[in-house]
Design a binder for this molecule. Structure first.
Ligand code: GA4
Length: 331
């Protein structure tokens, strides 16, 4: 079923189209979490790319399949049914508009906070048939990907030799952690594709403001990351693995050693892309600051200290593609 109507001309002028130029020769770091060298490789990937793929991640594929099935069902509903979830301001269903400041993409999505009460409340509109099933799938999925994010943050602490081991993990483990969960659907647009051969930008280039993001997709391609020299690399889809992004906050905590990866998604003209991403953020009152033990003698701090609440407020005033950290650079 075609879920979003074909783009009209005025929508197309807002949603960027282009023939993406990409570099296919660079391969994305692949890290087997069951291997003893994982900590070293995670740190290297965070420094070189701010991005990597993990296998042996411990998340049940059965669970992933079931939740993706629910997402497919939901995005297949009529527009009026989907609208009943409520606008994504900040949590709910959104279509084409990304964030509050005029960014647009060829996408529809559900944005949820990980607060169990909100998940339960929204489940009634997302799955009228069986809200309890949807709620419990999201809860179990979040438990599994959060566990994975904790493991990765501990590997980072080990690899950087920072103590205690849970110094990063505890920010996401905290009951007040301000984390977000997003289910995305990038619908196909076969007629337009056939006509022009152009691609539509599904989610424009940006960095994630949080500490770390854990995402996966179905087998439809579209994700690209920017390398440090500015070239874009297509990330081949892999529905069995998870992709990890360093967020702005982790860049600050490592004084720029880790790079918050710039990424974007193109919608495929012929096939639906579905993705689900957990964005791990700290409690609102947490101070985001360089980890003191990382600072070498004479090293200058690159960023001022700020609370996650301050950074989040500032992020929500920005456009998607802005360099949000530039406002927090130390003089
Ligand atoms: C990017 C990462 C997450 O998807 C997100 C996005 C958020 C939104 O879609 O509402 C933002 C974007 C993201 C960064 C800048 C602001 C906020 C849209 C936007 C223009 C949920 C997040 O936390 O930040």
């Amino acid at each position: 079923m075609v879920v979003l109507s074909q783009p009209s001309l005025d929508q197309l002028s807002l949603i960027k189209t282009c023939k993406p130029s990409t570099n296919f020769s660079t391969s994305i770091p692949l890290i087997d979490l069951s291997k003893p060298d994982a900590a070293k490789l995670v740190v290297k990937a965070c420094q070189d790319f701010g991005f990597f793929k993990v296998i042996n991640h411990g998340v049940s594929m059965e669970l992933v399949k079931k939740l993706e099935g629910e997402a497919v069902k939901f995005f297949g509903l009529s527009q009026s049914e989907k609208n009943k979830v409520g606008p994504a301001k900040p949590f709910g269903y959104g279509s084409k508009a990304i964030g509050p400041n005029g960014d647009m993409g060829w996408i529809e999505f559900i944005l949820l906070s990980i607060d169990p009460k909100l998940v339960a409340q929204k489940s009634f509109y997302i799955s009228k048939e069986n809200p309890e099933n949807f709620r419990s799938l999201v809860t179990d999925y979040l438990e599994a990907v959060r566990k994975l994010s904790f493991e990765i943050l501990e590997l980072i602490a080990d690899g950087l030799e920072i103590k205690p081991r849970n110094v990063l993990r505890r920010l996401l483990e905290d009951e007040e952690s301000d984390s977000v969960f997003r289910l995305n659907h990038y619908p196909p647009f076969p007629e337009l594709q056939a006509l022009s051969g152009e691609n539509l930008v599904g989610f424009g280039e940006h960095t994630d403001p949080q500490i770390i993001s854990v995402g996966r997709s179905n087998t439809t391609s579209g994700l690209q990351i920017s390398l440090q020299d500015g070239t874009w690399v297509s990330v081949p889809p892999d529905h069995l693995s998870f992709f990890i992004n360093v967020g702005d906050s982790l860049q600050v905590m490592t004084n720029g050693r880790f790079k918050s990866v710039k990424h974007r998604v193109f919608a495929d003209g012929t096939k639906s892309r579905y993705s689900m991403i957990y964005f791990g953020g700290p409690p609102l009152k947490s101070k985001i600051n360089v980890l003191p033990s990382l600072m070498k003698a004479g090293e200058q701090r690159l960023y001022k200290e700020f609370t996650w609440e301050e950074y989040k407020k500032s992020a929500y005033k920005s456009r998607l593609g802005d360099n949000r950290l530039s406002l927090f650079e130390a003089n």
